[in-house]
Structures are given as structure tokens and as C-alpha cells.
Ligand binder design. Structure first.
Ligand SMILES: *Cc1c(COP(=O)(O)O)cnc(C)c1O
Length: 375
């Protein structure tokens, strides 16, 4: 099946007992054993597995061309599990990008992960820097986020995966911003593709789930499944059901997000009050060529810097009418946020930077809103 068909059909079937076309939500936490003690339907207890979770994991596996998927109660639960599930025979050294989802930086600085792992932060778009970091000491895991948050840096997945493999390190790609519609890291050799399903896959800002899709069976995957079962940070059946409902329209939604975002990026690029636009779809973006090669389109996220400083950027965010001032991304509605004041004192985001999640509204309405806000 092709991608759009898999998004609609994978993990889904007509309910055998009722004929229901929409998958029922299974809230039951426990499942009956047969007289001989077996589990005839393969389900036993809600933390271990659940029909809605299984359906979502099967669908994610199909969409990423993976081997298996393990879901968690949020993107961060998935990310923390990946780091902690690094097999004990691997070095406790992680290489991570300097432009990266802020929650991961908080995970490192505010929990014991930072002291239990040696974390090397580098510019992942600089292949020489990556090579140097990989060769300078034994490494367990190389972390890629592309396009990255909030500067939309683009990293060459295939080149870095090759280097990591030669050094015996796992490669994990946070694929949240691209989604499997635009980019499939496992087909470029990465070991793990990670998603905050909370964002585009759910697609309507009404659920929280994280997912890790693995390219093959590996000790990492075995550990992740054990972490899910025993540490228990599992998503609810209802959230899994919502995600499986949302994913059906992922492909057409992404096409609209992408075409709207490109039009907005071009518009902002021409505006006299805009200092810089960060969007990989613009031909002068430093990652444009790599993005053209490894993505099928450039995504719905962009950031831009307003001429002036924090005050001028905040003034633009204050004036929008259609965009909502809120964090997060990937919903049908457009969001705008002043990143550095959201991130606080540890921020690396420029003070005049606004990050926008472009929704699937009519693009002329979005343009008009930004035009009046930038005046
Ligand atoms: C939102 C996000 C996360 C974290 O996901 P949650 O579901 O909020 O825990 C991780 N990575 C990226 C790129 C994100 O945008």
C-alpha cells in the first residue's frame, strides 16, 4: 500500500463482533483468560497492551517502514525512555544538536539524565564537527532533530547515520516536525524515529502521545518495550483512538500545512519589518539542498526574526487576530509564539524570534493577519 492508503487502513479493521466501521474504544484494563489459562485474544492487562494502542503502534510502524513501534504517554516520555533504554554494553555518551526541542534540554539539565550520561552538544549541521565528536570518544547514541527547533536547521540523516554506525552508536531521529509524510529516517539508516504524536499525527491539539519506531529488532527495542510495560508511562486508550482518527488525514493535512507555510515564508521574506526567515523551503536557507533530498516537502513550521528586539517581536505577537498565541504545533489552527520568553533564562532563541505553526486555514487570511500585525 502507498502512504495515504496505509494512513487510512493500517491498524484498522471492521469490528468483528459488531460490524462497527469506526474502531471501538477499549477502556477495559483487563482481559479474560480461557479455561486453560491462555489469553485467546493476546491481550492480558491494559499497561502491557490494549487494542487501541496496538492499532496505533501497527499504523506508526507501517507509516515509518519500521519493524515495530512502542508508544508512551507523551513525546518526552518516549524521548526519556530512548535515552534510558540505551543497552548497558553501550558507552554512556550521547551526541546531541545545539538547536533542539527545549524539553530535551530541560530533561538534561533538570533531571538525573544529565549526570548519568556524558552529553556532548554540537552543531549537527556541521558534518566535520559530528565526525570529530564521534571519533573523540566511544559513543552510545547520536541524536538528530531535523528540521530543528526553533531555527529549522536541517541535518543530513544518512551521512550522520553512517558515521554513527561505523562507531557502533545508535542513531535516533526526532521526526516530529517532518512527520512520516515528509521524511522517513529509518529508510535513511537511522535506528529509531521518534514522534510527539501530540503534534501533527494527532493533528488537532487534543491528545498527548509519544512514539518510537524502530528499524529492526535490537536490544534497544527490547528495552523500550520492557520500559513501556514495567515503568508504565503508557498512553490512554482514548488518546490512542484519537491519534488513529487523526492520522487518517495526516497526508492531506501536511500538504496544506506545507503549501501554506511556503507561501507565508515567501511573504515574510519580502516584508520590510522582517530581519530573517527560517524555513528550509526557501532556496537561500542553508539546509535547502539537504531538505530537498531527504524530505518530500518542507513542513508547516517556520520562525522569523522581527526587525528590532524582543519588544518589537512581542508587539507583533500581541497584534495577531487569527493566529493564537500559544506554544506547541501541528494542529489545524495557526499558532504563534515568542520562543525566548517561553523558554526562560536558559533560552538560546534570539530575543526577536517568533515561531509559527502554520495551520490549514486559507493562506490569504493568514497573510492578511500577519500583514496587519507587522505594520
Ligand atoms: C513537542 C515536541 C516534543 C515533546 O513532545 P510532548 O508530546 O510534548 O511530550 C519532542 N520533540 C519535538 C520536536 C516536539 O515538537
Amino acid at each position: 500500500m502507498r502512504f495515504e492508503t496505509k494512513a487510512v487502513h493500517s491498524g484498522r479493521q471492521v469490528d468483528k463482533t459488531t460490524g462497527a466501521v469506526s474502531t471501538p474504544i477499549h477502556l477495559s484494563t483487563t482481559f479474560e483468560r480461557a479455561a486453560d489459562g491462555s489469553y485467546p485474544n493476546a491481550f492480558e492487562y491494559g499497561r502491557e497492551d490494549n487494542p487501541n494502542r496496538r492499532a496505533l503502534e501497527d499504523c506508526m510502524t507501517a507509516l515509518e517502514n519500521g519493524h515495530d513501534c512502542v508508544t508512551f504517554g507523551s513525546g518526552m516520555a518516549a524521548i526519556a525512555s530512548v535515552i534510558e533504554a540505551l543497552p548497558t554494553d553501550k558507552p554512556r555518551r550521547l551526541i546531541m544538536p545545539n538547536d533542539m526541542y527545549f524539553g530535551i534540554r530541560s530533561l538534561i539539565t533538570e533531571t538525573d539524565i544529565g549526570s548519568r550520561f556524558d552529553i556532548v552538544v554540537i552543531d549537527m549541521t556541521d558534518l566535520h564537527a559530528v565526525e570529530k565528536a564521534i571519533k573523540s570518544a566511544p559513543t552510545g547514541l547520536v541524536w538528530i532533530e531535523t528540521p530543528s527547533n526553533p531555527l529549522l536547521k536541517v541535518t543530513d540523516i544518512e551521512a550522520i547515520t553512517k558515521m554513527a554506525q561505523q562507531a557502533g552508536a545508535y542513531t535516533a531521529v526526532d521526526n516530529t516536525w517532518a512527520t512520516p509524510v515528509l521524511q522517513r529516517p529509518l529508510t535513511h539508516g537511522a535506528d529509531l524515529s521518534i514522534h510527539s504524536i501530540t503534534k501533527y499525527i494527532g493533528g488537532h491539539s487534543d491528545l498527548m502521545i509519544g512514539a518510537v519506531v524502530a528499524r529492526s529488532g535490537s536490544p534497544m527495542l527490547t528495552n523500550l518495550r520492557a520500559w513501556q510495560h514495567s515503568k508504565g508511562a503508557v498512553p490512554s486508550p482514548f488518546d490512542c483512538w484519537l491519534a488513529l482518527r487523526g492520522v487518517q488525514s495526516l497526508a492531506p493535512r501536511m500538504m496544506t500545512h506545507c503549501s501554506n507555510a511556503l507561501a507565508i515564508a515567501e511573504f515574510l521574506n519580502q516584508h520590510p519589518n522582517v530581519e530573517a526567515v527560517h524555513y528550509p523551503g526557501l532556496p537561500d536557507h542553508p539546509g535547502h539542498h539537504i531538505a530537498t533530498r531527504q524530505m518530500s516537502s518542507f513542513g508547516g513550521m517556520l520562525s522569523f526574526q522581527v526587525k528590532g528586539g524582543e519588544r518589537e517581536a512581542m508587539a507583533v505577537a500581541a497584534k495577531v487576530r487569527l493566529f493564537t498565541r500559544a506554544t506547541s504545533l501541528g494542529g489545524t489552527h495557526s499558532l504563534i509564539e515568542h520562543r525566548s520568553s517561553v523558554e526562560g533564562s536558559k533560552t538560546m532563541a534570539p530575543a526577536n524570534l517568533l515561531r509559527v505553526s502554520i495551520g490549514i486555514e486559507n493562506v490569504d487570511d493568514l497573510k492578511e493577519d500577519l500583514l496587519q500585525a507587522l505594520e
